[in-house]
Design a protein around this ligand. Structure first.
Ligand code: HEC
Ligand code: HEC
Ligand code: HEC
Ligand code: HEC
Ligand code: HEC
Length: 313
């Protein structure tokens, strides 16, 4: 009972805080429209750093890829549409989907990269105030099909590979890690294992990580931690190069087959190429799901006679 009361009071306080912050941000925006993430008065700057700026999460984030997502998009070689911002900038949901009058949201006005509010909101009831549960968070953006067909860019395939789906002619085949890891991508990409000399105890929320945490960088040292791949016959630093060599060899064969195909418009060719691109799009050799990578390439190879049959016609 007491707990419920405390929770309600806290929620109310938080709610007020959020309303307060939003009103402050909106009041500020009438004064200036200059776009700069340093300028807290812009419509889209988040201001989370005002209170969270000294925390490890913030410092890690500033050093890593997500904080460059907007610059890389705008300065990249591709045609940029406003819809690209749905994954490359955190103001999109608030300003483009909800549409706050007087604040047009597009490539010219956006200032936030994949910033804190892409993933967190003080109004959320999820653990760590996540906007959606950790399990589903990363795959909302990290997918091959970014809805940007025609822009000439193929996004990476880590999510499809990890979940073992979308390939041609192969049944669903989730990585064994999907079942073992409740938080999925977060499990490896946010694991903090910086200082593991003797115990895990000296790794605290305050430790600023070089990988893991809010750098979102996975490191192979994670594999051997937490009692997973730590025995001699299960050592990933030995097993992975073997897998990699096998997959890369298969990829070469498939690539040669695709290159020599006379007719590149057949379904067989398209299927074989899709599978090849998926494997290649995941760290170059299908790292997130080796059994699936193998199955995809084997399916491509099984189409060889069909692809060759069109030769010289
Ligand atoms: C709002 C969309 C969005 C979400 C959610 C998201 N990402 Fe990203 N992520 C991006 C974009 C865009 C980039 C490309 C950044 C760039 O330009 O280098 C990226 C880059 C990355 C990179 C490469 C970083 C680097 O330093 O080059 C990793 C690893 C990554 N994300 C992991 C994750 C993980 C793990 C999650 C879930 C906790 C996640 N992402 C959630 C959009 C997102
Ligand atoms: C791409 C998604 C993403 C972005 C961007 C992001 N976070 Fe997080 N954050 C997470 C996830 C997922 C967790 C929970 C990790 C877990 O369960 O182990 C988390 C946890 C936290 C926590 C609690 C525990 C911890 O790791 O410190 C804080 C505080 C936090 N985030 C603050 C921030 C701040 C501040 C920013 C902006 C600089 C930010 N986050 C940006 C996904 C994100
Ligand atoms: C006025 C100060 C203030 C601002 C601005 C603010 N926060 Fe917070 N935030 C807090 C306080 C206080 C807490 C609760 C104490 C704690 O856990 O650090 C908190 C908690 C959090 C947590 C939970 C951390 C955990 O351990 O689970 C996350 C995530 C978070 N805030 C994200 C954000 C994001 C994203 C923004 C910007 C959109 C933001 N905050 C803006 C004060 C603020
Ligand atoms: C569904 C989410 C999503 C959409 C929509 C999206 N992207 Fe991305 N983009 C990502 C993610 C995640 C990454 C990082 C990993 C990858 O390459 O898949 C990324 C990476 C990139 C990169 C490489 C960044 C670097 O490291 O240099 C470029 C360039 C890019 N996107 C351009 C675009 C363009 C142009 C559009 C719109 C036509 C677009 N993106 C739409 C999610 C998205
Ligand atoms: C079993 C652990 C594990 C899981 C689970 C996992 N990853 Fe990874 N991921 C890795 C490792 C290891 C690398 C390679 C890092 C390197 O090359 O140094 C990597 C690489 C990546 C990269 C390329 C990073 C870069 O710098 O270019 C992206 C993007 C990525 N993963 C996204 C994801 C997404 C999205 C998910 C969930 C669908 C996911 N990962 C699940 C371990 C994992």
């Amino acid at each position: 009972m007491k707990k419920t009361f405390l929770f309600l009071t806290l929620s109310l306080l938080m709610g007020t805080l959020v309303v307060f912050i939003i009103t402050t941000i909106e009041a500020d925006t009438t004064e200036t429209q200059t776009n700069s993430s340093e300028n807290p008065k812009t419509p889209f700057a988040e201001g989370c750093n005002k209170c969270h700026g000294d925390e490890a999460a913030y410092k890690e984030w500033t050093q890593a890829g997500h904080s460059h997502a907007l610059v890389n998009l705008l300065e990249g070689p591709y045609e940029v549409k406003t819809s690209c911002l749905s994954c490359h900038s955190s103001g999109y949901k608030m300003f483009a989907e909800r549409g706050i009058p007087g604040h047009p949201y597009n490539e010219k006005t956006a200032v936030n990269a994949v910033a804190c509010s892409s993933c967190h909101s003080h109004a959320s009831k999820e653990e760590h105030l996540l906007v959606i549960p950790a399990k589903k968070l990363c795959i909302t953006c990290h997918k091959m099909d970014c809805g940007c067909a025609g822009a000439g860019i193929v996004h990476q395939s880590q999510s499809e590979m990890f979940l073992g789906r979308e390939g041609a002619g192969v049944k669903r085949m989730p990585s064994p890690h999907v079942r073992a890891m409740k938080k999925r991508c977060v499990h490896c990409h946010m694991a903090k294992v910086e200082q593991k000399e003797d115990t895990q105890e000296n790794v605290t929320q305050e430790t600023i990580a070089k990988h893991g945490g809010h750098t979102f960088k996975a490191d192979f040292s994670t594999c051997g931690n937490a009692g997973c791949h730590d025995s001699a016959d299960n050592d990933m630093s030995k097993r992975l190069p073997v897998y990699r060599a096998e997959i890369e060899k298969k990829m070469k064969t498939v690539k040669a087959m695709l290159d020599s195909a006379a007719d590149k418009t057949t379904q067989a060719y398209k299927d074989a190429k899709l599978n090849y691109d998926m494997v290649k799009g995941d760290s170059g050799y299908g790292l997130h799901n080796i059994p699936y990578a193998r199955a995809l390439l084997e399916h491509s190879l099984s189409l060889k006679s069909e692809i060759d049959a069109t030769e010289g016609q």
